[in-house]
Write a protein that binds this ligand. Structure first.
Ligand code: DQA
Length: 148
């Protein structure tokens, strides 16, 4: 199963940005952990991170053309206001899980609104890196044979 793991603005700054909220581990640590998790399973992961809305949309559209079967996305702050990313996810017809490291429902009010939630099959938040694993597992559980 081919799954894209997409991270939005400032997630390349993990380990530097607000460690009390996002922890001390880096973006590279996240990639390493997910690669390790997928190894030996029938899962092929493709990683993309950008601080730009347009670049994220261009990448997501490529996922359509490349017939990806699942997307795990942490859109960062775009979660809360990017109708462009929302419309893009809606157009793809690829099951997409929304992930947030922190619990967006227990922080500032503006973070509790996700404009992508209704076009995603699931939202996972407040679980740190574990949320990405759960998102991959969820996508795999919908596709038989993937976790063998
Ligand atoms: C985040 C939560 C967002 O509100 C924030 O803007 C981020 C990270 C998270 O992973 O908890 O950049 O998506």
């Amino acid at each position: 199963m081919r799954i894209a793991v997409v991270n939005g603005p400032n997630l390349n700054f993990l380990g530097i940005r607000e460690p009390d909220v996002y922890g001390h581990e880096t973006y590279d640590d996240l990639i390493y952990m997910l690669r390790d998790y997928a190894m030996g399973k029938k899962i092929q992961l493709d990683f993309f991170q950008s601080n730009s809305e347009g670049a994220l949309i261009d990448y997501l559209q490529q996922c359509y053309h490349k017939h990806f079967e699942g997307i795990v996305i942490n859109p960062g702050a775009y979660t809360h206001y990017s109708y462009a990313i929302r419309d893009c996810i809606a157009s793809l017809n690829i099951p997409t899980v929304e992930v947030h490291l922190s619990n967006i429902h227990e922080r500032e009010g503006f973070r509790s609104i996700s404009v992508v939630e209704d076009v995603c099959v699931k939202q996972l938040c407040g679980k740190g890196f574990r949320g990405y694993i759960e998102a991959i597992d969820y996508l795999c559980s919908k596709k038989r044979g993937c976790n063998d």
